[in-house]
Design a protein around this ligand. Structure first.
Ligand code: URP
Ligand code: ZN
Ligand code: ZN
Length: 460
């Protein structure tokens, strides 16, 4: 199958040209002006932008968490991602404490294989680093193509590891060319504040927010950065929300340390006032919580300063009925919010259209940087000859309204209900297949492939 896309405005992290793209089978085989090839299909992209397929390196699909499962499966979650222009996601495997990393891998593979519609990869979350786990790090990097290892400095009693385990894991991961991602908040302090608030009868979602003050994230981020510097292990802080944490990264740059930073679309656009509305605030109960307007400004600035390299989602949806598990106790509200389908359009509308970031930055933080950091570049994350034909044809002027009535995520509310945005995903190619066209999905369940990743580098 060959496809010729004509006269599109091709945008990469470095270029902005009007031209044609020729796809043969799964890959891009030519890019140029007035290409005159025979093709099975010719698409006129005049007036449209063409971006590399989005990469969301932070999603949780069918994840067992807080006594329930996140409500998007690999099928519904990766399909919704495609509708929103994201062609590859990276999900998190969670080790069960006391069990091996490989047994968790098998568990996640059993849910993903033959189910995913879009492409996916895995980070391995290490929740119990010990002498049995240690040799598995090398095996994951060299045999499984899984090169990033997630750690939690919070969720005490379930997922959290201590600094002793963190240092040991960092040494092992560095030795074999991997990277550590971290949920950097101080789990002990949060645990103390949660118990204190509950004891005082403060059970509403607002107290989820008040139990995770900025200092818990700033302190843990700084501690993680110091440990990464000491061991020399590449580090990536997930879902950064606030000024205090970003200042720790800024300080690290003064000693020429590279720390990768991800924020999520919700931390750029939403703020903690949403928790003031009684239990409605449960829709945005996530960890870390939404912050203040001043933090949003810091994060936008951080993107432009090159301190924040990735805008992800931490997509972790729960049905409203699941959120009700915490009606009498905020600490029982499943943490997470849905966004994988909205990320690219929201970032374009609120970022590019409102002159907060350039088109090149948009591509960098929504696709290219994640591909580079996580060892998928240039197969993914760019438009170049030989790359996978993962492409988004985008109308930069179409206005539309976000709503749970229209979205494809398996969740019965939207965090962005009624938002009017500009810019719409029209057609999406995944490895040369027209997966989405005019609000319809043509990729089947099982089309999505597991993407093996290469060793990582400390610089991008
Ligand atoms: O609230 C969140 N973020 N839920 C998913 C788990 C995590 O911490 O990433
Ligand atoms: Zn987290
Ligand atoms: Zn997460």
């Amino acid at each position: 199958m060959s496809i010729l896309i004509k006269n599109g405005n091709i945008i990469t992290s470095s270029d902005n040209i009007i031209g044609d793209i020729f796809i043969e089978s799964e890959t891009i085989s030519a890019i140029g002006k007035d290409l005159n090839f025979e093709a099975d299909e010719i698409i006129d992209a005049t007036g449209k932008m063409i971006f590399p397929g989005g990469i969301d390196p932070h999603v949780h699909l069918s994840m067992p968490f807080m006594g329930t499962f996140s409500s998007d499966t690999y099928e519904t979650g990766t399909r919704a991602a495609l509708f929103g222009g994201t062609t590859t996601v990276i999900d998190f495997i969670l080790q069960t404490q006391g069990k091996s990393l490989h047994s968790a891998l098998e568990d996640w593979q059993s849910r993903a294989t033959g189910t995913a519609v879009g492409d996916y990869s895995f980070h391995m979350a290490v929740t119990d680093f010990n002498e049995n786990t240690k040799p598995e790090i090398k095996q994951f990097i060299e045999e499984e193509g899984i090169t990033s290892f997630k750690t939690f400095m919070a969720y005490k009693g379930a997922l959290m590891i201590d600094d002793r385990q963190m240092i040991g894991l960092m040494e092992e991961v560095k030795k074999y060319g991997g990277l550590i991602n971290v949920h950097a908040t101080n789990g002990d302090v949060i645990d103390y504040l949660v118990q204190k608030n509950l004891k005082e009868g403060k059970t509403a979602p607002l107290y989820h927010y008040l139990s995770q003050p900025e200092v818990t994230e700033a302190e843990a981020s700084e501690r993680f950065i110091d440990m990464a510097n000491y061991t020399g292990c590449p580090g990536y802080i997930v879902h950064m929300t606030c000024e205090g944490a970003l200042n720790a990264v800024r300080n690290a740059t003064k000693r020429n340390q590279d720390i990768f930073v991800e924020t999520c679309i919700q931390y750029l656009l939403l703020d903690a006032s949403l928790y003031e509305n009684n239990f409605e605030g449960a829709k945005w109960v996530m960890s870390p919580p939404l912050r203040e307007k001043k933090d949003q400004e810091t994060l936008w600035a951080g993107i432009n300063q090159g301190l924040v390299q990735v805008v992800a989602t931490d997509h972790c949806p729960f049905m409203w009925e699941q959120k009700l598990l915490g009606i009498d106790d905020f600490s029982k509200i499943p943490n997470g919010h849905p966004a994988v389908e909205n990320r690219m359009e929201l970032l374009f509308s609120e970022g590019v259209k409102k002159d907060r970031i350039t088109l090149q930055k948009f591509v960098e933080v929504s696709s290219t940087n994640a591909a580079k950091i996580f060892g998928m570049f240039p197969k993914k994350g760019t438009i170049s000859i030989g790359s996978d034909a993962d492409l988004v044809i985008f109308d930069p002027n179409e206005k539309h309204t976000l709503s749970a009535r229209k979205h494809h995520m398996n969740v019965d509310y939207s965090g962005y209900e009624g938002w009017e945005i500009t810019g719409k995903v029209k057609t999406v190619f995944l490895r040369g297949k027209k997966a989405i066209d005019n609000n319809e999905c043509f990729a089947e369940k099982g089309f999505g492939q597991f993407i093996r990743r290469n060793k990582v580098q400390n610089k991008i």
